[in-house]
Design a protein. Structure first.
Length: 319
């Protein structure tokens, strides 16, 4: 009767799952993280979700064996991820009376574990943010992007939303009328353009707000709007370039995709496949076998069994 706790934290929200004990899997959803002048809210969010999980599932506390967490911005916006591992371990020990294996990873690692079922290869994750990771989980670690919406996240929801708002603002300024459809869509979502800077520049969760507009861009592209289609197609191409760069020669030439943007945008997926074939004709494009929350549970299992070690700046493990 052993239980595992998995947590997946992204820019648009968080999910928590408890698995084991012969009772299948139970989940709940939580808030998205923010970025402030003091850094990421990931540490506070992780601890709050662990406490909530232990409170919601008290029957599992005695037999909890491992905790696995995948979080966005962990390597770049959290000063000491190893301290977070210790805090999670202490929180669990205080609530359960015993120590458990704890592994905390950048979200690309849990996306990789989920999409490839723990095997080696490359994954490209496109949600609010974007990252490609090529790894065998032991010796090879090749990260591409994942730099946040100001410096990268090429092809992700925040990137698409920002490109769409940029085109909308060009139409508003009278510079380029091709963004007229996007301007109408942005007005419906955010109101008049004069209010957009105030809505966006001051938000700690700006990436998530930008990503919300990606749905409008994708919808307009599906309806045939040329400006929106160009953005969505370029997003797929950018993601493929990241995948090709992550294909380390020591890895199987296998690429899996994961994340909401791949599920939502047909033109993006098609452009991704076409560009990847041009750049790496030897690479096999594979359907993901699971999602990042599945990966967080695999990470928890490996932490529980001692089958994973710390690999800075990707995974931090403690007990």
């Amino acid at each position: 009767m052993r239980y595992l706790l998995g947590i997946d934290i992204g820019g648009s929200g968080s999910r928590v799952a408890l698995a084991g004990g012969g009772a299948g899997r139970t989940e709940f959803a939580g808030e998205r993280i923010g970025i402030t002048a003091a850094g990421s809210t990931v540490p506070d969010t992780v601890i709050a979700l662990v406490r909530r999980a232990l409170a919601e599932w008290p029957a599992a506390t005695e037999d909890l064996a491992g905790v696995g967490v995948g979080a966005t911005g962990l390597a770049t916006l959290v000063e000491r991820p190893d301290d977070l591992v210790a805090d999670v371990a202490m929180t669990v020990a205080t609530a359960t009376g015993h120590r458990v294996g704890v592994a905390i990873a950048v979200d690309a690692v849990t996306a990789h574990l989920g999409a490839l079922g723990g095997d080696g290869g490359v994954i490209v994750a496109l949600g609010t943010g974007a990252i490609a990771l090529g790894t065998d989980g032991r010796d090879i670690w090749r990260r591409v992007d994942g730099w946040g919406h100001l410096l990268g996240d090429r092809g992700a929801g925040a990137w698409i939303g920002m490109q769409g708002l940029g085109q909308a603002m060009r139409a508003y300024d009278g510079v380029d009328a091709t963004g007229a459809v996007l301007l109408d869509a942005a007005r419906r979502r955010f109101g008049e353009p004069l209010t957009w800077p105030g809505q966006l520049y001051t938000r700690a969760d700006r990436a998530g707000v930008l990503a919300s507009f990606a749905a409008d861009v994708v919808s307009a592209a599906a309806d045939g709007d040329a400006s929106s289609t160009a953005i969505v197609v370029e997003a797929g191409r950018e993601a493929a370039r990241s995948a090709a760069a992550a294909l380390h020669p020591g890895l199987p030439p296998v690429v899996a995709t994961t994340g909401g943007m791949f599920r939502a945008a047909g033109a993006l997926t098609a452009a991704f496949a076409e560009t990847l074939s041009e750049l790496r004709p030897d690479a096999a494009l594979q359907t993901a076998v699971g999602d990042p929350l599945d990966g967080a549970l695999i990470l928890a299992e490996r932490a529980a069994s001692g089958a994973i070690d710390t690999h800075t700046p990707y995974v931090w493990v403690g007990y």
